[in-house]
Design a protein. Structure first.
Length: 85
């Protein structure tokens, strides 16, 4: 097994674990860290699968997009709690 394959396997295992925990977690606030971990793992998988320089661009674009999505979800959830009080 090459180092790249080992890193890909680790990222894949982390992604599967985060996806399972994300699906099983009941509390929305406790889901958000697993969503972020899943985004990091998928970014790593994209970067490792696509060894071309454009693969890094694709991984960076996915990472930025998923980070903005996670922040928007968190901001909406926190803002929603403030509006109810």
């Amino acid at each position: 097994m090459t180092p790249q394959e080992a890193a890909l396997a680790v990222c894949g295992i982390i992604a599967v674990y985060a996806a399972v925990r994300l699906a099983m977690e009941q509390d929305t606030l406790r889901k958000l860290p697993f969503l972020n971990v899943l985004s990091f793992a998928i970014t790593g998988v994209i970067a490792l699968i696509l060894p071309h320089p454009l693969g890094i661009v694709a991984a960076a674009a996915y990472f930025v997009g998923s980070t903005l999505e996670s922040n928007a979800i968190a901001s909406t959830y926190v803002g929603g709690l403030d509006r109810r009080e």
